[in-house]
Design a protein around this ligand. Structure first.
Ligand code: SAM
Length: 291
């Protein structure tokens, strides 16, 4: 019978056996509820032949559930002290590869190439809070054709990711995310389900990545610049917010770009969909090219 890696006594005993402690600087809050871990593993992907990239396996509680359900698990863990623990807790699984690296520095393309050749690859992670958005952006911008990205993150960030355009929680990350895939909030997990308990509740978000993007901006750099500018100054109207960043264009030129796309000049960026952002960024890009 495999060890219950969500049992608080087992977690503490295993860590004591290897002489390690929870490391706050790595965002180590380990799950202590089997039902939550099983739910995440059940729902992170719908193809048992997939490979799962797990970021931050900790002592391996989610990893072992993933290994029981999917073809292969590649688990990337930054904390060197956890590597011997993972060898011990996951020893019985022949389909787990543990890599000791910072996922932000890892060459994921090379690491995952053999698995993309065999079938689909999805990401599943209980992400460290301190670096949630950079990890998500790195995965999206990597251009790797992941099937799903399922992440446990702070509930507040989950609400922002899953907000509809115009919603009160909508931010630049929402618009950017909707360019890459469609996010869905699966369930909430209260702070009491972790050791040590974090200060805030978490939620699990699953993103189905698009095979075809919903729009094709003429220039992705200008598109992302437009989105970020709109949300950096979200209290301002769109012409004012964009003027603060697109200093190479006059405010009149920016206002015309917005009205030419059929919008009221007083509109705010948070009301726009990803397609509408792309259309405005195309006009801005054309104007910049003609300077
Ligand atoms: N998966 C375990 C669980 O659910 O109980 C642990 C999750 S804990 C919130 C986050 C894990 O990510 C920790 O094991 C931590 O050491 C690891 N981690 C933090 N930063 C990382 C990084 N940049 N690259 C890889 N792993 C990281």
């Amino acid at each position: 019978m495999p060890m219950n890696l969500c049992d608080i006594r087992n977690i503490k005993q295993t860590m004591a056996m290897f002489g390690i402690n929870f490391r706050k600087e790595f965002g180590q809050n380990f799950l202590t509820n089997n039902m939550v871990v099983e739910d995440i593993a059940d729902n992170c992907c719908d193809d048992a032949q997939s490979t799962i990239l797990e970021i931050g396996p900790g002592i391996g509680s989610l990893t072992s559930e993933l290994a029981q359900r999917y073809r292969h698990v590649v688990a990337v863990e930054i904390d060197r002290g956890l590597i011997p623990v993972l060898k011990y807790t996951l020893g019985e699984y022949g389909n787990v590869t543990v890599i000791n690296e910072d996922v932000m520095k890892a060459d994921l393309k090379a690491l995952l190439a053999p698995y993309f050749e065999k079938g689909k690859v999805s990401v599943c992670a209980n992400l460290p809070y301190y670096i949630t958005t950079p990890i998500l952006m790195m995965l999206l911008e990597s251009g790797l054709p992941f099937d799903y990205i399922t992440i446990m993150i702070q509930s507040e960030v989950a609400d922002r990711l899953c907000s509809a355009p115009g919603g009160k929680d909508c931010g630049a990350i929402t618009a950017v995310l909707n360019y890459y895939g469609s996010p869905e909030k699966l369930f909430k997990v209260s702070a009491g389900n972790f050791i040590p308990a974090p200060k805030v509740d978490s939620s699990v978000v699953r993103i189905k990545l698009f095979k075809e993007k919903p729009c094709k901006p003429a220039d992705e750099k200008t598109f992302f610049r437009t989105v970020r500018a709109a949300f950096e100054q979200r209290r301002k109207t769109l012409p004012n917010a964009l003027s603060a960043v697109f200093s190479e264009l006059s405010k009149d030129e920016i206002t015309t770009a917005i009205t030419d796309c059929g919008h009221d000049p007083n509109i705010r960026g948070e009301k726009l969909s990803v397609e509408e952002f792309a259309a405005i960024s195309d006009v801005l890009y054309e104007k910049i090219q003609n300077i």
